[in-house]
Design a binder for this molecule. Structure first.
Ligand code: HEM
Length: 469
């Protein structure tokens, strides 16, 4: 119910609306957008909340007025209880220092080195999980496959550690359970202190312990190795190495901060990339004409291994990845800020303490900026296509807190995607209809997405047989 443009009446302290958002944040935000247009304002439990659906307003919040907003304290507390105090869960000077010290590990010039580690993960996981013999075409649970491969990538690039299938299976079960628990806690009306027994606490503690053990074992081993070698340890060339070397005597990451940031980078480093790849694979499996065009580009551009220069020669591959992230943005949840003072944003009064939401899903599907927004049309991202307005496409966020791993994720996703295009035909088992998405921190398929992976030379042989050659 709306009593004037943009203002939504929320009876019963807004609890029914809170329940609606909690059950399905994407559908709830779409309903608010249809009801209100570019701005939806309401109160839940006396808290003012504003959804800004226009890119202009969202850029004002994240970029132009970033100093006037902060991350929500309650959200930071919840994430801190999972990951400790890292670059995601801190604010102000603490965040600035950690971000400055971590940035070199994710600079473009580090990517060449990481690409070798990424390629090793791709070769190993593809040979373990996908058919190696022409003619085989098993049906694969896409999300399990992309989780396996992106987790191996992050473990190799963080710690130079090649993971086993069982190790990634265990860790991904723990991460999934923790993601669900964190999404649950975010919508609780009361955040219980850590010592109080609350629903899900025991499983949360158990899963956290097993993940912390995994991360701490790598960090401890590296610290031991450095201290035993007594001289400045030779660089291994992974992200942990960069963290240990970062800064000077005035500003360094403490051992605890290194552990907490490894917890964050491990989770953030594979879950969102896995989500991006899952939806990309689903879209390619249902758009064979796009796949055919892409294959011609990839075959022409790379003889064997891709390097950074080679990637620049793959505009259509990059366009398909961007278009997949437009339709299915991996990180849609909890993109929020709190106003530190009274102000006006794009003509809307925003009072101090207001929770501002940037609903990326709806922004990416706004027909004002994207013609036929539900259609998979990668050409809209090709050089020479009409310019996309600033802020209308922001899978990695914007402003000073934009994704630290943007370059890393882009290289990783392109490497994996190029490998799949060159070696496999993809075919969605259930026909043309992709599963519905749901927000599980990252955007995941609600029901398993099953795709048949058919080795390409096998596909060609089958086609040749079919025409009797
Ligand atoms: C497709 C993959 C990815 C997507 C879509 C994505 C998306 C995002 C978004 C939207 C934010 C900003 C949230 C906000 O402003 O509130 C963010 C922050 C962040 N991301 Fe990513 N991310 C991806 C991959 C990665 C990877 C691979 C890493 C690291 C290896 C990473 C590390 C981080 C970190 C550390 C932050 C917090 C930055 C800060 O607060 O200063 N992300 N990511």
């Amino acid at each position: 119910m709306s009593n004037r443009l943009g203002v939504v009446k929320t009876p019963f302290l807004g609890l029914p609306l809170l329940k609606e958002i909690q059950a399905d944040p994407l559908t709830a935000a779409t309903r608010l957008q249809h009801q209100c247009g570019d701005v939806a304002e309401f109160e839940i439990l006396f808290r003012r909340i504003v959804y800004f659906f226009s890119p202009e307003a969202v850029r004002k919040v994240l970029v132009d007025h970033h100093d006037d907003f902060e991350r929500e304290t309650r959200l930071l507390h919840i994430f801190e209880s999972f990951q400790g105090r890292n670059v995601l869960t801190t604010e102000g000077a603490d965040w600035e220092r950690q971000r400055r010290l971590l940035t070199p590990a994710f600079s473009p010039k580090r990517m060449d080195g990481y690409m070798n580690l990424m390629q090793a993960a791709i070769d190993s996981c593809v040979s373990e999980e996908l058919p190696t013999v022409p003619g085989q075409h098993p049906s694969v649970d896409v999300d399990a496959f992309t989780t396996r491969i992106t987790m191996d990538v992050i473990l190799r690039t963080l710690f130079s550690h090649a993971s086993s299938r069982e190790e990634t299976r265990q860790a991904s079960l723990a991460i999934r359970a923790l993601s669900r628990q964190s999404m649950r806690e975010v919508y609780w009306t009361f955040v219980p202190p850590g010592w109080l027994p609350y629903p899900g606490r025991a499983a949360k503690m158990r899963n956290l312990q097993s993940l912390r053990r995994l991360i701490a074992a790598h960090v401890d081993a590296r610290l031991r190795h450095r201290s035993e070698s007594r001289t400045e340890a030779p660089a291994v060339g992974d992200v942990l190495d960069m963290m240990l070397q970062a800064g000077d005597d005035d500003a360094r990451l403490s051992t605890q901060e290194i552990l907490d940031n490894c917890m964050l980078l491990f989770g953030a480093g594979f879950d969102t990339s896995a989500s991006a790849l899952t939806w990309w694979i689903g879209l390619m499996a249902t758009h064979p004409e796009v796949m055919g065009e892409l294959r011609r580009e990839v075959d022409a551009a790379c003889a064997d291994r891709l390097d950074l220069a080679g990637m620049a020669r793959l505009p259509f591959l990059n366009a398909t990845i961007k278009e997949a992230m437009r339709i299915y943005p991996p990180s849609t949840a909890l993109f929020t800020r709190v106003a530190k003072r009274d102000m006006a944003i794009a003509g809307t009064a925003v009072r101090k303490g207001t929770l501002v939401v940037a609903p990326i899903w709806q922004m990416h599907r706004n027909e004002r900026y994207f013609a036929n927004p539900e259609t998979f049309a990668p050409r809209r991202f090709l050089p020479g296509a009409p310019a996309i307005p600033r802020g209308a496409f922001m899978p990695f966020g914007a402003g000073p807190r934009f994704c630290l791993g943007q370059q890393f994720a882009s290289v990783e996703i392109a490497l994996i995607a190029a490998h799949l295009v060159r070696h496999f035909e993809l075919d969605l088992e259930s026909g043309d209809e992709l599963p519905q998405p749901f927000v599980d921190l990252a955007l995941k398929p609600k029901t398993p997405m099953k795709v048949r992976f058919l080795r390409r030379d096998g596909a060609r042989r089958a086609a040749t047989r079919a025409v009797g050659i």
